[in-house]
Design a binder for this molecule. Structure first.
Ligand code: GDP
Ligand code: MG
Length: 175
């Protein structure tokens, strides 16, 4: 018969949020690539995958490709996604406001049945005086839209694996 290699199940996870909140950085750190201090806008579609061991599942991470600006492409990008990770930057109030005013509604409008949402406050490493959104605000927003909240630092690798493990768990519960 035909040769078959057993592939682990794959889940598609989309990273969304304003420019420079750290989408690409979180994806790179999760994929165990080095963190980059200098900002480089993502160009072209980028899909990366890492297989988690327990349970075995391949996380297919979709990074936005300048879609913060070309919003018409977003519904296409979200097709068949099982999880949307909605990211803001803890040191930039505007990025939190646009989660409230745009990203949540967008994800809910074009996400498919049973889409799991996770709210992420990235750059939790920033100094207290630079912080523009506190933990309580993030938690409240997440509660109000029935999704979990997690703070991360791509820079120091804090909670990054936990974020994707959480995504995987939530997706499995919804199956
Ligand atoms: P994207 O546009 O959402 O993909 O954002 P990037 O991942 O390209 O990151 C934008 C900028 O923020 C870059 O200069 C990164 O070095 C920086 N950055 C990303 N994550 C963190 C973080 O957790 N902490 C800090 N301090 N800076 C970060
Ligand atoms: Mg990027």
């Amino acid at each position: 018969g035909p040769r078959q290699t057993k592939q682990p199940p794959q889940i598609k996870i989309c990273l969304v949020g304003d420019m420079a909140v750290g989408k690409t950085s979180l994806a790179h750190v999760f994929l165990q690539q080095p963190f980059k201090e200098h900002y480089q806008a993502t160009v072209g579609g980028v899909v990366m995958a890492r297989t988690l061991e327990n349970p075995v599942v391949t996380c297919q991470v979709w990074d936005t490709a300048g879609m913060e600006r070309y919003r018409a492409l977003l519904p296409h990008y979200m097709r068949h996604a099982r999880c949307a990770v909605i990211i803001y930057d803890c040191s930039n109030r505007e990025t939190f406001d646009s989660v409230k005013n745009y990203w949540l509604d967008f994800v809910e409008s074009c996400g498919e049945e049973g889409l799991v949402k996770i709210l992420v406050g990235n750059k939790m490493d920033v100094a207290e005086k630079v912080r523009a959104v506190n933990i309580q605000e993030g938690e409240l927003l997440a509660q109000s839209r029935d999704m979990p909240y997690i703070e991360t630092s791509a820079k120091f690798g804090l909670n990054v694996d936990d974020l994707f493990i959480l995504a995987d768990k939530r997706v499995s519960w919804h199956q």
